[in-house]
Design a protein around this ligand. Structure first.
Ligand code: SAM
Length: 281
């Protein structure tokens, strides 16, 4: 059963401050997420001449990487709900002469083009109000035998890159935020691999495989990283709620991150699932 009208809250969210922030900081975020997206691309194994749909493509970094892999005989379509992020993606594609198109639509409810050889996503599929309906819709865009590969976060407490700064700040903030629903649409909604498997199974995918992948990630030096934690993710929201304690919390975050600062900048473990599946051929 499809949830109507889809994902209005997420459409509002990614077209307001968050979308603008991602558009502004995309180079830094791309550096951070690139090794994780590359692992999912390797799992998809796009071939020359194929058509690939990049779901929740954001500012298009992965769409352009996929376009390079499928070459001039192939085609990549980036799908997203965020206008400010799609603007960056379209500009990047035009500047790089990439064979990529971008569509602004909700992956859960949009009538999608068909005939894709592959569905790919880097952290763009965890925000659906009805994930099984969304993946059923996406399955319809695949050719028989077509492949799915995406990367998503493991549970928050396993992702050192995001957890370490938040825990450092919480140590000086008066109250921890109330525990969030772990399955609510959001970055960690697919942290439980068994649930993700059930969703994909219910949607009709076959050959579902979910593998953990750990690798150090980072996007710059200490000050750049401290600044980023305040702009993106749960820490930023928390600091906005306790402005009088922000300076002490930021000092605690800086101290915690400085222990992981090295010649390549701040590097912390990014713990993800690499999820693959197939449409029955
Ligand atoms: C965490 S960002 C990742 C963006 C990009 N894939 C990257 O790795 O830089 C999540 C993306 O998913 C998009 N998104 C969320 N819900 C969506 C939906 N229902 N349909 C299409 N895109 C969606 C957001 O607009 C956002 O661009």
């Amino acid at each position: 059963m499809t949830t109507e009208p889809g994902n209005p809250d997420q459409i509002a969210y990614w077209n307001a401050k968050t979308g603008d922030t991602w558009a502004e900081l995309q180079d830094q975020l791309d550096r951070q997420l690139a090794p994780l997206g590359a692992r999912a691309q390797a799992a998809l194994a796009p071939r020359a001449g194929e058509r690939i749909l990049d779901v929740g493509c954001g500012c298009g970094d992965t769409t352009l990487a996929l376009a390079k892999a499928v070459g001039p005989a192939g085609e990549v379509v980036g799908l997203d709900i965020s206008r400010p992020m799609l603007e960056v993606a379209r500009r990047r594609a035009a500047e790089g002469g990439a064979k990529a198109r971008f569509v602004e639509a909700d992956a859960q409810t949009a009538t999608l083009e068909g005939g894709f050889d592959g569905l790919y996503s880097r952290f763009g599929v965890m925000f659906f109000a009805d994930p099984a309906a969304a993946f059923r819709n996406l399955l319809g865009a695949l050719k028989p035998g077509g492949r799915l590969a995406f990367v998503c976060w493991r549970p928050f407490n396993e992702v050192e890159y995001l957890g370490l700064p938040l825990r450092a700040a919480l140590a000086v903030l008066p109250e921890a935020p109330p525990p969030a629903d772990p399955f609510a649409p959001g970055p960690f909604a697919f942290g439980d691999a068994d649930r993700t498997r059930r969703i994909l199974d219910e949607a009709g995918f076959a050959d579902i495989d979910i593998q953990p992948f750990d690798t150090p990630i980072g996007s710059g030096g200490l000050e750049e990283t401290v600044a980023l934690t305040q702009r993106i993710g749960p820490l930023g929201n928390l600091l906005r709620e306790s402005p009088d304690l922000a300076a002490a919390a930021i000092a605690a975050v800086r101290e915690a991150l400085s222990a992981h600062d090295g010649p390549d900048g701040v590097r912390l473990n990014g713990a993800v699932w690499i999820v693959t599946a197939r449409k029955q051929g």
